[in-house]
Design a protein around this ligand. Structure first.
Ligand SMILES: N[C@@H](CCC(=O)N[C@@H](CS)C(=O)NCC(=O)O)C(=O)O
Length: 201
């Protein structure tokens, strides 16, 4: 089976998909586009909605990071079969997605740097305290056992934190336990060693 993930050379929306593909041992082409060189019109114009990530499998293509992540989760044992459990995890992921969207809108806004920094800190505290609470309620995992929601947090939410040059290690122990757990897993460990968060930012 041929698989290709096209995304930027940064962590962010697409990073959790890379983590899951490595976790599942699914071979794929990790096609990276230089974020600093974007927009590249010849590529952007070919994308269904002009944005990345894009995932291709045996000639079929899907966009939307979380749709791709959920599909890859279904192929790697990270999506439960029970519809209620699935919905709970969808909600956890969409809570994180609200965080991504918030960060993106602040980061790209015209606000003064100082105001942006304050807004980012305020929202990180709002969301991360809730992610921490939800992880504790699930004994260390969203929904009680390892799933794609955990990978979205460690791959993408943390990737965004690092991209913004923020540090949340000290304040959120349950989150950091999960980071350690996932980043030590076979497949993910080798990947993380080759692509530390700050390599290309
Ligand atoms: N809803 C989309 C949003 C994708 C998105 O915002 N991608 C950003 C990078 S994280 C992008 O392609 N930015 C470049 C652009 O918009 O031209 C998804 O989750 O895949």
């Amino acid at each position: 089976m041929s698989r290709k993930l096209t995304y930027f050379d940064i962590p962010g929306y697409g990073e959790c998909i890379r983590y899951m593909l490595h976790y599942g041992g699914l071979k794929f082409e990790d096609f990276r586009i230089e974020f600093k060189a974007w927009p590249i019109k010849e590529i952007k114009d070919t994308l269904p909605y002009g944005q990345l990530p894009l995932y291709e499998e045996d000639g079929r293509t899907i966009n939307q990071s979380m749709a791709i992540a959920r599909y890859v989760a279904s192929q790697t044992g990270l999506l439960p079969s029970d519809p209620w459990e699935q919905a709970k995890l969808d909600a956890a992921v969409l809570n994180m997605y609200d965080f991504f969207a918030k960060m993106k809108s602040i980061y790209t806004s015209q606000e003064e740097e100082e105001k942006k920094k304050a807004l980012i800190e305020e929202n990180v505290a709002f969301f991360f305290s809730r992610f921490e609470r939800d992880l504790k309620a699930g004994n260390g995992h969203f929904g009680g056992k390892l799933s794609w929601a955990d990978f979205v947090l460690v791959g993408s939410a943390l990737g965004i934190i690092k991209f913004l040059k923020l540090s949340v290690e000290k304040d959120y122990p349950a989150i950091w336990n999960l980071v350690t757990e996932i980043q030590s897993m076979k497949g993910v460990k080798d990947y993380v060693e080759k692509h530390p968060y700050d390599e290309n930012m």
